[in-house]
Design a protein around this ligand. Structure first.
Ligand SMILES: [Fe+2]
Length: 235
């Protein structure tokens, strides 16, 4: 079997393509292609021990759908992935990586519903076992505050996770119950009502500030990203 993988260099190793590598976190990422032949990893000119597996998005979606039985939870993960992708494009992050984090962040949600403090920890363990790159694992941990949100992707997943519920709730109170008719201004208006969609944590949504995005722009990006997958979201 042949397939390509991306490589991620750890922060302790200087990226040799720092000016153009497009690292979502810092200057430390580069991604030469690695060809795997019959399980033997062939890597040229790459320091040993720096390989992390970059899961394909479709594979991540299948894993998410296998892990979560509830349709709305699945849709939530699709929505967070879409918002993360849009934020990556706006902020210069690696779109696939950010989307992966969104797709995978809630894998253990149903397993941990009676122990919410463990939410995210089981997912992180599972992803580490699968060799998923550390940036994605850290974003999963950050979204439930198991680690401080330090990188742009970690901050983004906190606000993307929270805003999707608010957007869905706002769409559902419109007469047409569709995302297509929803405006960010309407979402912002409902957001100011503390009793509306209480589960959508305003403090988490406010993480857009840490990305230097205004509330207006963040809501615009989020609404647009979710509209783009409205069929998947059933809205
Ligand atoms: Fe979530």
């Amino acid at each position: 079997m042949r397939r390509s993988r991306r490589l991620w260099c750890p922060a302790s190793i200087s990226c040799r393509k720092s000016a153009s590598c497009g690292c979502p976190m810092s200057v430390h990422r580069y991604r030469p292609q690695v060809i795997v032949d019959c399980g033997r990893v062939v890597v040229e000119n790459v320091p040993t021990g720096v390989e992390d597996f970059q899961m394909e998005l479709e594979e991540a979606r299948k894993l998410m759908e296998k892990s979560l039985g509830n349709r709305n939870l699945r849709r939530h993960c699709l929505a967070v992935s879409a918002v993360m992708g849009a934020l990556a494009r706006r902020l210069g992050g690696d779109e696939q990586t950010w989307r992966l984090a969104g797709m995978l962040h809630d894998l253990d949600y149903e397993q941990t519903k009676n122990e919410p403090r463990r939410h995210g920890l089981l997912t992180a363990d599972e992803l580490r076992k699968r060799g998923v790159n550390a940036a994605v694992v850290d974003a999963v941990l950050a979204h439930n505050h198991h680690k401080e949100a330090e990188t742009a992707m970690e901050k983004a997943i906190v606000c993307a996770d929270a805003v999707t519920g608010l957007v869905v709730a706002a769409a559902l109170i419109r007469p047409e119950k569709k995302l297509s008719a929803l405006t960010p201004e309407f979402v912002a208006k409902k957001m100011r009502e503390p009793s509306f969609a209480r589960g959508a944590d305003r403090d988490k949504i406010a993480y857009h500030d840490r990305l230097d995005l205004s509330k207006e722009e963040f809501l615009q990006i989020s609404v647009d990203a979710m509209k783009a997958i409205s069929d998947d979201l059933g809205l």
